[in-house]
Design a protein around this ligand. Structure first.
Ligand code: NI
Length: 267
């Protein structure tokens, strides 16, 4: 089975406290040989880096402040994130973004936090991982004004072809998570079938958003194969082709090295 990259998985979080190593080992054994673990604040970014150091070549970190936590992005926090983002195991700035659905931070604070982190990404020469919920117009405006030349991905893309087109036109990748497998999301399925093969990624967003048939349960990195298989079906191409393309895209965007050749699942 060809290897997959779970480009967005929060295995550093407390939901995996009891069985984190087993979850990672199960993913590797199932062919999910590389994963990118984004932070949502300084502490979870630090934990992501520690995990990357425990699993060299398999786990990579991203450092950033999520829009829910935007108010925590003080000057001191930004100094800490900058130090983390310079580390070789940290392959992106993220996750960062806007969330006007839950509005857990004031929108002005969210916008200020994302703009400061665009500058950080530019400074450390890393791509950005974007969280974007009910905030598409502002996201596109901010990207055009403040993110010229930055590379990145719309993580857990939700939207129609028009929204996808705007992201693609700015040079961004689209990453699909479990919701693309939910039967009612026909518009999203249409985007996953239509988007250029060289611009799509797959992810779990574990522990959230498990794909069918695990919807509602704790998600984990090995389930990215279900999402990848579903998208291959939507596109009418072999799973192997989808896996190869999305892994190549992830390696290109995040500058990931090849996974270490011999992973012994019995270790
Ligand atoms: Ni996330």
């Amino acid at each position: 089975m060809p290897a997959l990259v779970d480009t967005h998985t929060h295995v550093q979080m407390r939901q995996f406290a009891a069985d984190r190593a087993a979850v990672i080992r199960a993913a590797l054994a199932d062919g999910v040989t590389r994963m990118v673990v984004p932070g949502v604040d300084v502490s979870t970014s630090r934990d992501a880096l520690a995990l990357a150091r425990e699993w060299p070549g398999h786990v990579f970190a991203a450092a950033g402040t999520h829009p829910h936590d935007a108010a925590t992005l003080t000057d001191e926090a930004l100094v800490e994130l900058r130090a983390l983002a310079h580390e070789p195991e940290v392959v992106a700035v993220g996750e960062i973004g806007l969330d006007y659905y839950r509005d857990l931070s004031p929108r002005g604070v969210q916008r200020e936090a994302i703009v400061r982190q665009f500058a950080l990404a530019r400074e450390v020469d890393r791509p950005v991982i974007l969280h974007n919920r009910e905030s598409h117009a502002d996201m596109i405006t901010l990207l055009k004004a403040h993110a010229q030349g930055l590379r990145g991905v719309f993580h857990c893309f939700i939207g129609d072809r028009q929204m996808a087109r705007e992201a693609l036109d700015l040079g961004f990748y689209l990453s699909f998570a479990g919701p693309v497998t939910y039967p009612k999301n026909t518009e999203l399925a249409d985007v996953a079938a239509w988007a250029p093969l060289d611009r799509i990624l797959v992810e779990t967003d574990a522990p959230y958003l498990a794909p069918q048939p695990f919807r509602g349960k704790r998600n984990e990195p090995r389930h990215v194969a279900l999402t990848a298989r579903h998208i291959a079906g939507l596109r009418g191409i072999p799973f192997e082709e989808l896996a190869r393309a999305t892994s190549r895209n992830a390696a290109t965007l995040f500058h990931l090295p090849d996974a270490p050749a011999a992973f012994d699942s019995a270790e």
